[in-house]
Design a protein around this ligand. Structure first.
Ligand SMILES: [Zn+2]
Length: 303
């Protein structure tokens, strides 16, 4: 058993890593109930949703469609992005995921044009355990009139240290190679140093880009996201629930380095996490990286 305490390099939040097992985690199987309802996100059922705000089409049919969230947290400020016309596709199966990323950028620009908006949150929940109420693949864009907690903590650290903390982290990680999953021309894929969930992965642009609205390498990024999600699913189970979040600064903050988090939801938070706001994680990120690299190698040799 290994036990250690780590600080998130971006927030200084402490997490406890208590790794007890030496073997592969149980494959996660989510119980999927039969769906008696008509899916409002499937093509043909457009009339069941509020009117379309934005869409990307291939010929006559849409491939990405944005509609207002019917159960909006904040009225008129909350979108649903239907990622694909295909009901059962997850991210790794969506061929045009680069167009989904372009849509995120488009909607962020739209909301940041409004004076009352301070921060635009973009996230994607997959599976009931991760908070998805409809199984059809979709993401959400939510504009906030305030700065969220994590961003505030990160900014405090950026200001205190007076340097690009993320750049330093990437350099360290690439030197060490202990938590690196893959590296492409513009991005690197790392296991989070002080994760919020077991197997949390970060995808980070190598050069500083403060906000996702300045990102342009969508097909390269979509390729890495698909590869990472399919790797996690190959190891942890095809029905793996997870959250994907975009940690991005507003356009007026250029002293930030945006990144994407993928957080598998194979464990639940209990009283300890709620009491202390510190998280206990059962798999060390280095072990997770080693396990996933082995799977990647096997997947490569099989194809
Ligand atoms: Zn559907």
């Amino acid at each position: 058993m290994s036990f250690f305490i780590r600080e998130d390099p971006l927030t200084d939040d402490r997490c406890i890593i208590a790794s007890v097992r030496k073997k592969r985690p149980q494959i996660f199987r989510e119980v999927v109930e039969e769906e008696p309802f008509q899916c409002p996100f499937c093509p043909g059922n457009e009339a069941l949703t509020p009117s379309e705000l934005f869409a990307i089409r291939d010929g006559k049919s849409w491939i990405v469609r944005v509609i207002p969230n019917k159960f909006s947290a904040i009225p008129n400020m909350h979108d649903v992005v239907v990622d694909s016309p295909f009901h059962t596709d997850d991210l790794d199966a969506i061929e045009h995921f680069d167009k989904v990323l372009e849509t995120y950028k488009e909607r962020m620009i739209h909301y940041y044009n409004s004076d009352s908006v301070r921060y635009v949150s973009v996230f994607r929940n997959r599976g009931k355990t991760a908070g998805a109420s409809i199984p059809h693949p979709h993401s959400q864009v939510l504009a906030l009139p305030f700065y969220p907690k994590r961003y505030i903590r990160e900014k405090e650290k950026y200001e205190r240290e007076n340097k690009n903390i993320m750049e330093e982290l990437i350099k360290k990680e690439l030197d060490l190679q202990e938590r690196v999953l893959s590296v492409s021309r513009h991005f690197c894929v790392l296991m989070a140093y002080a994760p919020s969930t077991p197997y949390e992965v970060w995808i980070v642009p190598k050069e500083k880009i403060s906000s996702f609205i300045y990102e342009e390498n969508f097909s390269e990024l979509a390729g890495l996201l698909k590869e990472t999600v399919s790797l996690l699913k190959a190891y942890l189970g095809e029905s793996l629930p997870y959250n994907l979040t975009l940690q991005s600064a507003p356009p007026w903050d250029r002293d930030y380095h945006y990144y994407i988090r993928i957080m598998p939801r194979i464990s639940v938070f209990g009283g300890f996490e709620l009491e202390t706001e510190n998280i206990i994680v059962s798999v060390a990120p280095e072990e997770a990286a080693a396990e996933l690299r082995t799977v990647k190698y096997t997947m490569r040799t099989e194809t």
